[in-house]
Write a protein that binds this ligand. Structure first.
Ligand code: FE2
Length: 288
């Protein structure tokens, strides 16, 4: 892999693509484990379903306390709110699994702490890359929702900001099934707003997580689509503005993604929505 080019692209546009980062066998291992978790582990939680992106409700602790656990979130479009149940199978309805696969699941941990991941972080000058969270995002056919424009540092802020995400395609990602789209160069823009825990828990958990500023509007023509193949990796700067569309196709768009901050240079903020849990699953990958 050309780490020099990866770091040059990352520094000039705010993101970089490493083609064939994982081989077929490595992709299959992550795919099979994702599928097994949904089929065998999610069902163990019973009939309660947490919907990703829904207004926070009584179950929001399930989300709030997920930093050191493996938890399951369903797509809004896959849920019948009048009957309080999933419309289809769990495998079709799953939106994401988060947020400690990188630490608690050996299959995901192996990839997260692999030599080539370490070399990626070394190439972009991270001294002590520490993984704060990981997710499998499924974006399944017809139900997989869009991700509106955002900067990842809004969710995982450090002072100063040293944050990068690795986004690994487990399927081909296309315009139709919701590939990533970026505003090149936007990593030089300031952080527009943050998603934080408010100082005090109010009556409803609803009020506990909040945005520090209103949503920012961007123009469609600012975004560049970046379709990638299964096994490709996209390295994402914590400040670059990106989004992805809904999956309107018949083909799934599964990815494994995780975010690391540089513990040596940036202080993880105590009001970030995601805080280390009792198990502390924040993982310094150079030491693992
Ligand atoms: Fe993102």
């Amino acid at each position: 892999m050309d780490f020099k080019k990866l770091s040059d692209d990352y520094n000039s546009t705010g993101y970089a693509i490493a083609r064939n980062f994982l081989n077929d066998q490595e992709v299959e291992a992550l795919r099979n484990e994702s599928s097994r978790l949904v089929r065998e582990e999610w069902t163990k939680e019973g009939d309660d379903i947490y919907i990703f992106g829904n207004a926070f409700n009584a179950k929001s602790l399930y989300f709030l306390e997920s930093s050191d656990k493996v938890r399951y979130f369903a797509e809004k479009k896959a849920y019948d709110f009048s009957k309080n149940q999933l419309i289809g199978t769990r495998e079709h309805s799953i939106s994401k699994i988060g947020h400690a696969l990188h630490c608690l699941n050996p299959v995901f941990k192996e990839v997260t702490c692999s030599q080539k991941v370490k070399e990626v972080f070394a190439a972009i000058q991270f001294k002590n890359p520490t993984v704060a969270q990981s997710m499998v995002i499924f974006k399944n056919p017809k139900v997989g929702g869009a991700y509106t424009p955002h900067q990842d540092a809004s969710f995982l802020n450090t002072e100063p900001i040293h944050l990068a995400g690795l986004w690994i395609a487990l399927d081909d990602a296309t315009k139709e099934n919701g590939c990533l789209e970026f505003i090149p160069g936007s990593h030089r823009w300031p952080l527009a707003r943050r998603f934080v825990r408010s100082k005090e828990r109010k009556q409803d958990d609803d009020d506990y997580l909040e945005w520090t500023a209103p949503v920012v509007q961007y123009q469609d023509d600012q975004f560049v689509m970046e379709p990638v193949k299964r096994g490709d990796m996209v390295l994402i700067h914590g400040l670059v503005v990106h989004r992805s569309g809904p999956n309107v196709s018949e083909k799934a768009r599964w990815v494994y993604t995780f975010h690391a901050y540089d513990e040596a240079r940036g202080e993880y903020q105590s009001d970030n929505w995601l805080q280390p849990g009792p198990n502390n699953t924040f993982l310094p990958i150079f030491e693992n």
